[in-house]
Design a protein around this ligand. Structure first.
Ligand SMILES: [Zn+2]
Length: 326
C-alpha cells in the first residue's frame, strides 16, 4: 500500500447506509422517499452542486434523533475502518439536525457518543469537525463554534464552512466565528472555490484564517491565484468523484488535481460523501492512479501532506507516522 489512507474530507450526512435509513424511517415514522432510499441518497450522474446537496439532504429527515445520530456516526467510523482507512476526519453540520427537543449541544453530544463507540470498536483514530453552514446566519455560525469548543475533549477538533457556495458566496459573515474557533485552538478549514471563482480560496484564507480549502477546484482556472495558493502553503482537500458529480469539473480528464500537483500545491484526498457518490476513499485512491494516471509518488505525497495537516493530537500524528513508516 502506498501511504496511509488518510480521509480528511468527508461528511457524516453522506455516510448514511440506505438500509439504516430504512430502519430509522420505519422506527420514527418518517415517510420513505417515493423512489426508495438507495435512489434518494445516491447521486446517479453529474449535475450541479445544488442537485448534489439535495441527495445529501435526503438523509436529514431520519437524522433528527439523538439515537439516529449516534448510530450513523458509529456506522460511518465502522465503514471507514472496513474501507482500510488509517485516520478519519468526519465533518458534520449540526445546525441541520436541531429539532424541537434536540438542541445543538444534544446533536453534537450524540455524534461524539457515536464517534467514541466507533473508535472503541474499530481501533481506528477518528475525530469530528463541525461544519458551519452557509445557509444559516452569523449567530448560528457562532453557536456551532461555541458547541465545538465545549466538545473539544470528546472528539471535536475543528470547524469547517460548508453549504451552497453558489447561493451564499460571501465569507465575511463567518469571520468572527472562525476567529473564535482559531483562538480556542480548533483546526479550521473551509469549502471554497468549488462553485465560486478562483479568488474564493484566497478570500477564505484572508477572512477566515484557513490553510485548508475544501475542493478549491476552480483555483486552477486562474494561474495567479494558484501560484498565490502554492506560495502561501494552502492545502486543497480534493474529492475527484464528487467534483465531477457536482459539476465543479466537467470530466475526470479535466480534473484540476494533476495541474494543482504540477504547480506544487499541497493536496490531500477525501471522499466527500461516499454513499452519495458511491466512491469511498479506497476508490478515490485507485481512481487517481488508474483513472487519472498519477504516479505512485504523487499518491504518497498526498498521504504525507495529510499527515502534516490532519487535525489531530501530536500523539496520534506520531503513531500514524510510525504506522506509515512501518
Ligand atoms: Zn465537502
Amino acid at each position: 500500500m502506498i501511504g496511509l489512507r488518510m480521509n480528511l474530507h468527508t461528511h457524516l450526512e453522506g455516510w448514511l447506509r440506505p438500509a439504516t435509513a430504512r430502519e430509522l424511517a420505519h422506527a420514527n415514522g418518517v415517510p420513505s422517499p417515493p423512489q426508495g432510499w438507495e435512489a434518494a441518497l445516491r447521486m446517479p450522474s453529474a449535475g450541479t452542486l445544488t442537485d448534489y446537496l439535495a441527495h445529501v439532504a435526503a438523509a436529514y429527515p431520519v437524522l433528527g434523533h439523538a439515537g439516529a445520530l449516534t448510530r450513523v456516526t458509529r456506522e460511518a467510523v465502522e465503514d471507514a475502518a472496513a474501507d482500510g482507512t488509517a485516520f478519519l476526519e468526519l465533518r458534520a453540520g449540526p445546525t441541520t439536525h436541531v429539532r424541537a427537543g434536540l438542541s445543538l449541544d444534544a446533536v453534537v453530544d450524540a455524534m461524539c457518543a457515536g464517534l467514541a463507540e466507533g473508535v472503541l470498536g474499530t481501533g481506528m483514530p477518528a475525530v469530528l469537525v463541525l461544519a458551519v453552514l452557509r445557509e444559516f446566519d452569523e449567530e448560528a455560525a457562532l453557536e456551532v463554534v461555541e458547541s465545538a469548543i465545549r466538545h473539544q475533549d470528546v472528539g471535536v477538533v475543528g470547524v469547517d464552512l460548508a453549504g451552497d457556495e453558489a447561493r451564499y458566496p460571501d465569507l465575511r459573515r463567518y469571520a468572527k466565528a472562525f476567529a473564535r474557533a482559531r483562538s480556542a485552538g480548533l483546526g479550521v478549514t473551509a469549502h471554497a472555490a468549488e462553485a465560486a471563482d478562483a479568488s474564493a480560496a484566497r478570500q477564505a484564507h484572508e477572512l477566515l484564517g484557513v490553510h485548508r480549502i475544501g475542493h478549491g477546484s476552480r483555483v486552477v482556472l486562474d494561474p495567479e491565484e494558484l501560484s498565490w495558493a502554492v506560495d502561501n502553503g494552502l492545502c486543497f482537500e480534493v474529492c475527484p468523484t464528487s467534483n465531477v458529480l457536482t459539476g465543479a469539473v466537467g470530466t475526470l480528464a479535466e480534473h484540476p488535481l494533476a495541474p494543482m500537483l504540477a504547480a506544487g500545491a499541497r493536496v490531500v484526498l477525501g471522499d466527500d460523501d461516499p454513499v452519495t457518490t458511491g466512491a469511498p476513499l479506497s476508490h478515490e485512491r485507485r481512481l487517481v492512479t488508474e483513472g487519472m494516471g498519477l504516479d505512485r509518488g504523487r499518491l504518497q505525497a498526498m498521504s504525507d501532506a495529510a499527515l502534516d495537516v490532519a487535525f489531530c493530537s501530536d500523539a496520534v500524528r506520531r503513531s500514524l507516522r510510525e504506522a506509515g513508516a512501518g
